[in-house]
Design a protein around this ligand. Structure first.
Ligand SMILES: Nc1ncnc2c1ncn2[C@@H]1O[C@H](COP(=O)(O)OP(=O)(O)O)[C@@H](O)[C@H]1O
Ligand SMILES: [Mg+2]
Length: 266
């Protein structure tokens, strides 16, 4: 069975489109990305996988509008991404909650900053509902020091979702967590994405995490970072952790592992 095809069905137009995106840092000394083309359709879950330093975070920051590409275009919902925008939600490896604010206050902070206190107050019911969705009901008034790592990351998920973004950009969001919590959080992430028909793009260096979560996995080579192959994961949804024992799961993992092993020579 060949697991490598071009991304997604051609029936729906892409919501996110990157064309020929390149990025160099400094005086061309570091070419972090070269010629990246990506298309994401609404509701799809994509991952990008590659070794450390291959340009994954750079790609995510460009998609988020946090850093401009040196070359190429990024279009989201028909308009170019030129800077931070409310239809993009982001999440990083660390939850980065402010220790002096409660869980609820942390979640409402982006709205407070962007739209003011009244808008933040109006969003309280939504934030409370989100806390319930991720199993943090009752922790609204807790401070970050009273939360476990997994709970803090769940609060960070709520903070990302409260502005109701179209797309979720996730940079190794659970890699600081222990494996059991991480598996649980990944399944939670899937559930939330499916419930909201969210479009997601996950940076990871875990092959099994990429396969269990994604519809499409982009495999990157290092220096310069290029998408060398796009692998479609045809496992049914909802995915369950037991699927990691299926032969089809193992085939996808070994396809991607082989591509990464070859990556150094591409
Ligand atoms: N702000 C920056 N200035 C200079 N070089 C950078 C900067 N950010 C990243 N790089 C370099 O670009 C390359 C890709 O980095 P990054 O996107 O963080 O990789 P990854 O997330 O895959 O580990 C690395 O060689 C890194 O040192
Ligand atoms: Mg990174």
């Amino acid at each position: 069975m060949s697991a490598t095809i071009t991304a997604g069905s051609e029936l729906r137009p892409p919501i996110y489109e990157l064309s020929n995106v390149s990025k160099h840092y400094g005086d061309r000394a570091v070419v972090a990305l070269e010629g990246v083309d990506l298309k994401l359709r609404k509701g799809e879950f994509h991952s990008v996988i590659g070794s450390s330093g291959c340009g994954k975070s750079t790609l995510l920051k460009i998609m988020a509008g946090l850093t401009p590409p040196s070359k190429g275009r990024v279009i989201l919902s028909g308009t170019p991404v030129m800077g931070a925008r409310p239809d993009i939600g982001m999440m990083f490896q660390q939850a980065t909650l402010f220790p002096w604010r409660t869980t609820l206050q942390n979640i409402l902070l982006p709205i407070e900053i962007r739209e003011g206190q009244a808008a933040a107050d109006a969003a309280r019911p939504r934030a409370t509902a989100l806390l319930e969705l991720v199993g943090l009901k009752g922790f609204e008034s807790s401070y970050p020091s009273q939360l476990s790592g997994g709970m803090a990351q769940r609060a960070a998920i709520c903070r990302m979702l409260v502005s109701e973004p179209e797309v979720l950009l996730l940079d190794e969001p659970f890699s600081a967590l222990d494996e059991i919590t991480r598996d649980f959080m990944n399944m939670e992430l899937q559930r939330i994405c499916m419930e909201r028909n969210a479009t997601a793009f996950l940076v990871t260096h875990s092959i099994s995490e990429a396969v269990i979560l994604s519809d499409v996995v982009h495999v990157m080579s290092a220096r310069p970072g290029r998408v060398v192959r796009t692998v479609e994961i045809d496992l049914p949804r909802p995915r369950a952790l037991e699927m990691t024992t299926l032969p089809a799961f193992g085939e996808h993992v070994s396809t991607i592992r082989n591509l990464l092993d070859k990556g150094a020579f591409l």
